[in-house]
Design a protein around this ligand. Sequence first.
Ligand SMILES: Cc1cc2nc3c(=O)[nH]c(=O)nc-3n(C[C@H](O)[C@H](O)[C@H](O)COP(=O)(O)O)c2cc1C
Length: 353
Amino acid sequence: MTILHPLGLAALQSLPPETAHRAAITALKWGLGPKLKLDFPSLRTELAGLSLPNPVGLAAGFDKNAEVPDAMLAAGFGFVECGSVTPQPQIGNPKPRLFRLREDRGVINRMGFNNHGLDGFARNLKSRDRKTGIVGANLGANKDSADRIADYTQGLSRLWGCVDYFTINISSPNTPGLRDLQSGGALDDLLGQISETRAALTGDQPSPPIFLKVAPDLDTAQIERITEQARTYGMSGIIVSNTTISRPVDLKSTNKTETGGLSGTPLFKLSTRILSAFYAASEGRIPLIGVGGIASGGDAYIKIRAGANAVQLYSALIYEGPALAACICADLAARLQADGFKTIDEAVGSLGT
Ligand SMILES: Cc1cc2nc3c(=O)[nH]c(=O)nc-3n(C[C@H](O)[C@H](O)[C@H](O)COP(=O)(O)O)c2cc1C
């Protein structure tokens, strides 16, 4: 189900994917996106101190330069994550670098953090009315940075006060070596410097939440260690997950051989299994945001029951259009009611109970 006129969506889908994406952002900037007033009391929830009208968020990568957060909030998303933004502007990898896997309802991208940099991102955010809804900044590191950890702390300092939360993205597969920050000593160094920067910026004010975004390509020992480190350094939650470098054997589309991160429906199973593993490792003591292959209310509900306090999506928008969040919310509210849950919180982690 879509609210963008079916002909508009069909026209976008006939364009090369990156052209379609740029056209969608332009249309949203012109005010052509859906404007929906959603009110589902059972979906209101708290995530690490953020009051969300619903738990369905827009994942990073759609609005890399913070051009249309308010249009996406108006389309029904409960929160919007902009970025990834790097300190310096970056053109990313050569095109083509974004591929539809139509038969699989998937996407492969090797964008490589193309973005306009922190200054442009901050300018866009400063011109918006903060009361419209919850907007976060997903921070990345420049490909040629001599000190990647400093890139993240620079992102925090530059955007402090401009957003409602931050995400430290160490899981994009398209910046060589970035995922190494997920392991042992490197993660200690990163999180140590993030918490020092946070303490210096906070003073006696409360800090905005800072989430860590991880890959789905992790084993149990890595999941347990990351969970422990996130808790030790006071991270506010873990976003599970980014795209995968793995390829399920049953992919049908010819584009399945493209290099990059796979997302959309073919990522659902893997990312949900990893989410459950994070929930088991954390025993519910750190908020989790479930991402990967959500295309329906049923998918979102499975993530929540697997342990997610909130969810995000991106790839399904490419196939379903911008009103998908609203459809998911309506379905989610009906599913909660049918199962006798009064709130999202009651359903979190209920798959194992
Ligand atoms: C084209 C594209 C660009 C993306 N760019 C980013 C990014 O810059 N930073 C990030 O953390 N995740 C990025 N992602 C990953 C998504 O935020 C999300 O974690 C992943 O796609 C799984 O969710 P989905 O299956 O709903 O798309 C990108 C995904 C796609 C498809």
